[in-house]
Design a protein around this ligand. Structure first.
Ligand code: 2P0
Length: 333
C-alpha cells in the first residue's frame, strides 16, 4: 500500500533539543458499522443519528506536541501553510490560549492513506485532542474531551475509545462490552486520490436536499439499538447484516441528494458483488463503505485468507487486514 509511513520517518523531529517539553499521543482509525451521516448542529457537531464503530489495531495517527518559539503544524513530515494549519489552530483553542499555542510545534503522522476513505481525520483529531489535553494540562474529563474532539471531526470522538464504540446522538461516547473477539476488517484500496467532496460538505448537501434523509435518521436510530444488542450478545450474523444495511442506506440517501453524491466506483461494486457471492457460499463476509470508494469487508479470521485470494483473483492486491484495537492514549510525555 502506497502511503503507509515508516516509524523511521518520525525520528527527524527528535534531533532537536532533548530537554524540550514534548507529549506524544496515538489514536486509532475507527470504522463505523452504524454510520454517522448528518449534523443537527454544525457548531457543536451534534448528529441526527447515533452511530457505532469498531476501533482498528493497525491504522492510526501519532501526534507530538513540542515546545517551540512559534506555531507550526507538520502533517506526514511536511510543514503546512497557514491556511492548512487553521483548522488545527482553531481546535487547539479548546485546550489553551493563543499565547500558549503560539509556542508549540505539532507533528502529526498518519499510518493510513490520507483522505482515501479510511477516516484519518478521526484518528488525527483524537490524537491531537489527547496530546493537547496532556501537554497543556487542560485536564478535560472524558465527557468534555469527547465533546471537544468531535468539533475537530465528528467521528473522531469514537477514536478515543477501543473495541466497539457507541456515539449516541445525545453526545455520550462509550465502549460496548462484547464477547466478540474474532472480527477482522479487510480494507481494500481502490483509489488513493483525494476525495472529490469532503464528507462535511456531502453531509450538509444530504441533510438539506435528500428526500430520503428523514427515513435515514429514523431507521438508523432503530438499527443502532439493534446493533448494540447484537454486539452485547455476540450475534455475528446480525452484526454483519446491520453493518451492510447501514452502508447501503447511507449511500442511497446520499445518491438521492441534489446534486447527487456518489463515492462508489465501478471497482467498489465489483467487490460488493463478490462479497454477496461469497456469502451465498457460506463465507462470513459483509461490506461497508465510507466517504470514499474503498471497500471494507467485515469477516472472521478463519475466512480472511479465502476472501483475500478471491480479491487477488479479481486484481485487488492492496488490502490491509485489521483486528479490533485499543483507544487513544499517550505514548510518552
Ligand atoms: C462515519 N463518516 O460514521 C461516517 C460514515 C463517513 C461515512 O464520519 O464533518 O470526518 O468532521 O463531522 O466525522 C466522516 O466524517 O465528518 C464520517 P465531520 P467526519 O464514520
Amino acid at each position: 500500500m502506497g502511503k503507509i509511513f515508516k516509524f523511521k520517518e518520525l525520528d527527524f523531529r527528535f534531533k532537536r533539543g532533548i530537554n524540550m517539553k514534548r507529549v506524544t499521543a496515538k489514536a486509532p482509525v475507527n470504522i463505523a458499522l452504524i454510520k454517522y451521516w448528518g449534523k443537527r448542529d454544525n457548531v457543536n457537531i451534534t448528529p441526527y443519528n447515533s452511530s457505532i464503530s469498531i476501533t482498528l489495531d493497525n491504522l492510526y495517527t501519532v501526534t507530538t506536541i513540542e515546545e517551540s518559539n512559534e506555531f507550526s503544524f507538520y502533517l506526514n513530515g511536511k510543514k503546512q501553510t497557514k491556511e492548512e494549519s487553521q483548522r488545527v489552530l482553531l481546535f487547539l483553542q479548546n485546550f489553551a490560549s493563543i499565547d500558549e499555542i503560539s509556542k508549540i510545534n505539532v507533528f502529526s503522522t498518519n499510518y493510513v492513506p490520507t483522505a482515501a476513505g479510511l477516516a484519518s481525520s478521526a484518528s488525527g483529531f483524537a490524537a491531537l485532542a489527547v496530546a493537547a489535553n496532556e501537554y497543556f494540562n487542560t485536564q478535560l474529563e472524558f465527557k468534555r474531551l469527547a465533546a471537544v474532539t468531535r468539533m475537530g471531526s465528528g467521528s473522531a470522538c469514537r477514536s478515543l475509545l477501543g473495541g466497539f464504540v457507541a456515539w449516541n446522538k445525545t453526545g455520550e461516547v462509550y465502549e460496548i462490552t462484547s464477547p466478540i473477539k474474532d472480527l477482522v476488517l479487510i480494507s481494500v484500496m481502490i483509489e488513493e486520490k483525494q476525495k472529490p467532496i469532503s464528507s462535511r460538505k456531502a453531509m450538509e448537501i444530504t441533510v438539506n436536499t435528500s428526500p430520503l434523509f428523514p427515513f435515514w435518521t429514523i431507521i438508523t436510530n432503530r438499527d443502532f439499538i439493534d446493533m448494540k444488542h447484537a454486539i452485547v450478545s455476540g450475534q455475528y450474523e446480525l452484526i454483519g447484516e446491520l453493518t451492510e444495511k447501514s452502508a447501503r442506506l447511507m449511500h442511497a440517501t446520499m445518491l438521492a441528494a441534489n446534486p447527487p453524491i456518489l463515492y462508489m466506483k465501478d471497482d467498489s461494486i465489483v467487490i460488493w458483488d463478490l462479497i454477496q457471492r461469497l456469502r451465498s457460499r457460506g463465507v462470513y463476509a459483509y461490506i461497508t463503505m465510507d466517504a470514499g470508494p474503498n471497500v471494507k469487508i467485515l469477516t472472521k479470521s478463519s475466512h480472511q485468507i479465502n476472501i483475500l485470494e478471491e480479491l487477488k483473483n479479481l486484481g485487488f492486491n492492496t488490502s490491509v487486514v485489521s483486528r479490533i484495537g485499543e483507544g487513544a492514549r499517550i505514548i510518552n510525555g
